[in-house]
Design a protein around this ligand. Sequence first.
Ligand code: ZN
Length: 224
Amino acid sequence: MLCAVPGVGASPAASRASARIPGTNTFYISTRRSPGLADENDLLVIDTDGKILSGKGTPNSEFWIHARIYAARPEVNGVVHAHPLACIALTQIGEPHRVVHNQGGAFAGGIPEYDRIGLIRSRELGDLVAQRLGKGIAVMMRGHGITTALADVRAATVSACFLEESADLQMRMLAAAGGDAKRIRAFTREEAELTGGQTGPSVAAAGRAWEYYSAVAEIKPLGG
Ligand SMILES: [Zn+2]
């Protein structure tokens, strides 16, 4: 199981994927050790109230993000929380995410922002993140990172990778344009929806993108 998310893990403890046990209020998540070092033997089973049902060790301190999103969204079976640098940079300059390339199309509907800083270490804060996420597939977290929530863990993982790639491109474009956001030829809603249908995370998770990111995770197990 992929516990670290390649390309979006800027620090050794920076990314965490979880997967719901289908049809239940329980999910798999790795223990508190660096996700890059975790494997299937380190998985805990936790319920949406934060109770550890099986496994040895303690969960990552931000497991409440995962628990409360699964509680709020029965159709979500995969959650990724990560601290990717370009996404953090976007939040800190007050720039909303914009769709600037094909793989960004999945986020055509816009990405809400959770603007309270600090780690999500309580049920109440987990509920606040879930509220900001709403019915969406991603939430930006100011000065902190991102969380994605989709129908399965592969799609949630690919989505997190795409979002960081998109934010990184947006930052480069902003820099090349001298900081003038108006010069970026962001996709229209129609363009973004077209590319989202062609390359979105659910499509990508079933194909080459997942193969690619899985291979990268094998080569760079520390999430770099
Ligand atoms: Zn975090």
